[in-house]
Ligand binder design. Structure first.
Ligand SMILES: NC(=O)c1ccc[n+]([C@@H]2O[C@H](COP(=O)([O-])OP(=O)(O)OC[C@H]3O[C@@H](n4cnc5c(N)ncnc54)[C@H](OP(=O)(O)O)[C@@H]3O)[C@@H](O)[C@H]2O)c1
Length: 266
């Protein structure tokens, strides 16, 4: 058997989403990617859904490696890898510092650490990456190439990955909370829950697309829908009176602090 281009360790939600995204984007063809997972159910799920991906019980050597196991499993998983079997590695394991990964792998292996987020599961993720001590420009470009199959990618220094964790890693949950609150507000004001949900979801999708697809800043987009003395102006004043802006600043600060604490535990 030819050596695969990529061995993904962990055929869970993220590992599978990445491999499927790479097939979809044309980065990989049938046989280029193998996923190793000791869980037979994960392998069956993968084989049923993506016959072009190879599902293995144990890892095999490959050109490159992706670590996509849970943080608690990563040290044991790295130690069980064929030593020297990969030219470079990308870790999407949340919270585990690159130095810790380098220590469990082998000297000189270029390692790139990434912090993706859950919209990666639908191809609209936001990932931040940082290179380890042996990772050079070519390794960062390679990691960007992989993760761009799941959405946008930015480069940061490793300490700032904690900030990305608090902002874009936890961010989808903040937005889901906003969605819940808007739906409740619609129901309170008399809409059926189903109708309130359709209107809320499409409002978030539409506002997100305007932010992503127009060159306008959020401030200008907001000003454009805020007529003097109108409905949006009084709605925004109510939000500001309740300190919504300050609440988001504090939410991200708290999440960044927690990310640093978790990193220190590994
Ligand atoms: N989900 C997200 O939105 C998200 C966002 C950012 C980062 N991440 C990171 O992505 C990683 C994967 O998350 P996930 O949601 O995809 O987790 P998941 O669905 O639990 O997938 C992990 C898979 O790895 C398997 N596994 C455990 N030990 C292994 C080993 N030694 N070798 C190979 N496979 C092994 C697990 O099997 P068992 O079930 O039998 O243990 C499981 O099937 C995590 O580190 C997480 O922090 C996830």
């Amino acid at each position: 058997m030819a050596v695969p281009k990529l061995l993904v360790l962990g055929a869970g939600r993220m590992g599978t989403a990445l491999a499927a995204g790479l097939l979809r984007s044309g980065w990989a063809q049938r046989g280029d990617i193998a996923l190793a997972d000791p869980d037979p159910a994960a392998r069956v799920r993968l084989g049923d859904r993506y016959p072009d991906l190879e599902a293995l019980e144990a890892p095999v050597p490959a050109d490159a490696l992706v670590l996509a196991v849970k943080p608690k499993d990563v040290v044991a998983a790295c130690r069980a890898l064929p030593r020297g079997g990969y030219g470079r590695a990308l870790s999407i394991v949340a919270g585990v510092p690159v130095a810790r990964l380098e220590a469990c792998l082998w000297p000189g292996l270029p390692v790139v650490r990434a912090m993706p987020n859950t919209p990666a599961l639908v191809g609209s993720g936001a990932s931040a990456i940082a290179g380890g001590s042996a990772a050079g420009e070519a390794d960062l470009e390679w990691a960007e190439g992989l993760l761009s199959a799941l959405g946008v990618v930015v480069r940061l220094s490793e300490p700032l990955l904690d900030v990305a964790t608090g902002l874009s890693g936890s961010g989808p949950a903040y937005i889901f909370l906003v969605a819940e609150a808007l739906i409740e507000a619609g129901v309170l004001a008399g809409l059926d829950r189903e109708v309130a949900t359709v209107l809320t979801v499409q409002t978030l999708v539409g506002a997100g697309r305007m932010l992503a697809e127009t060159a306008e800043s959020p401030e200008r987009l907001r000003a454009a829908v805020t007529s003097p003395g109108g409905t949006t102006a009084v709605g925004l004043r109510a939000l500001e009176e309740r300190g919504v802006r300050a609440a988001f600043l504090e939410a991200v600060e708290a999440a960044v602090r927690r990310s640093r604490e978790i990193g220190a535990e590994h």
